[in-house]
Design a protein around this ligand. Structure first.
Ligand SMILES: Cc1cc2nc3c(=O)[nH]c(=O)nc-3n(C[C@H](O)[C@H](O)[C@H](O)COP(=O)(O)OP(=O)(O)OC[C@H]3O[C@@H](n4cnc5c(N)ncnc54)[C@H](O)[C@@H]3O)c2cc1C
Length: 281
């Protein structure tokens, strides 16, 4: 199964090893993009796996530095030990934030499903008290996010706004593109009113245009666009050509299946390609 799935997944992931990711990062840097590297894996309660994840991120920062790659890492709290305890995950996040800071680099914290929202924001705010170069993803499809954004900005935090990638119930999430886009626009207006750095993570042309208009109206440059490897590449190129800062999210690692499946499920065309590969085998 995985040998059939891997060729399609490869559009979205760099490979299984950090060195493969670094290769792609250098080529993206050469095209004017910065990078956000993610070591794939989530939701583990194995202490050995958590330790290995932390070691891999520490090594990744050394590799970014050694290869003079322009960019940073993006991490999930559940890969740092949230399944063991909040304090385990917090300590590990703190170690990575300290490492990033020692190299004058940034650390992003991804946002996962709603089981983890509260802990992710809690851990983020705790680490932010000691390290300024950290940012957290917030999901426009969640009804709570406008309030969360106020809290994070109130503490001087930095935000990546994205639509949200998990299947959440209607009790907590806007369902459907229209309401999610409306929510995203409200968040963007709020972000363009303030001074902290922030990221607009989307491939939705309407939202990109909306952000570009806000940037022009407010004359703000304290933001960057962020896109996923393998998605919206033409748009990303156009943005760089037009002088915008753009970072590409580059995931790698042996545990690529869950991430790749999320990306494939997002588009009907991707699902059809996967089915065709499986049926044709
Ligand atoms: C840098 C970055 C970081 C992210 N971090 C998080 C996070 O921490 N937590 C989280 O929940 N989500 C995260 N996401 C994912 C995000 O929430 C969405 O699931 C994803 O970006 C698709 O939404 P969209 O805004 O691009 O809009 P969509 O309406 O889904 O897509 C807009 C257009 O982009 C193209 N496109 C989008 N997705 C695909 C795809 N998979 N394959 C092919 N074409 C596609 C299509 O042309 C589509 O019409 C992140 C996204 C980015 C770009």
């Amino acid at each position: 199964m995985s040998s059939l799935f891997l060729p399609i997944a490869k559009r979205f992931i760099a490979g299984e090893r950090a060195e493969e990711a670094l290769q792609q990062c250098k080529s993206l840097n050469a095209k004017g993009f910065k990078v956000l590297v993610n070591y794939l894996g989530e939701d583990t309660s194995s202490g050995a796996e958590v330790d290995a994840n932390v070691q891999e991120y520490l090594r990744l920062y050394d590799l970014l530095e050694q290869d003079r790659v322009a960019g940073s890492a993006s991490v999930k709290l559940t890969q740092l030990g949230l399944g063991i305890s909040f304090s385990e995950a917090l300590n590990n996040l703190e170690r990575l934030a300290a490492k990033a800071e020692s190299l004058n680099r940034y650390l992003w914290l991804d946002m996962e499903g709603t089981r983890f929202t509260e802990d992710t924001i809690g851990a983020y705010l705790a680490v932010l008290e000691r390290h300024k170069g950290v940012g957290v993803a917030l999901q426009a499809y969640l009804k709570r996010t406008a309030a969360d954004l106020g809290v994070v900005l109130g503490k001087g935090g930095q935000v990546r706004v994205c639509k949200g990638a998990y299947d959440e119930p209607a009790s907590v999430a806007f369902k459907g593109r229209k309401t999610t886009v409306e929510s995203y626009k409200v968040l963007l207006k709020r972000l363009f009113e303030q001074e902290s750095h922030f990221a607009v993570a989307t491939h939705d042309a309407e939202l990109i245009e909306f952000a570009a208009e806000l940037a022009s109206d407010t004359k703000k440059q304290n933001f960057e666009f962020q896109m996923l490897k393998g998605v919206g590449e033409d748009m990303a190129r156009d943005l760089v050509t037009n002088g915008y800062a753009v970072s590409i999210y580059v995931p790698y690692g042996a545990r690529w299946a869950g991430y790749a499946m999320r990306r494939i499920r997002e588009r009907r065309r991707n699902v059809l390609l996967l089915l065709r590969a499986l049926v044709g085998a």
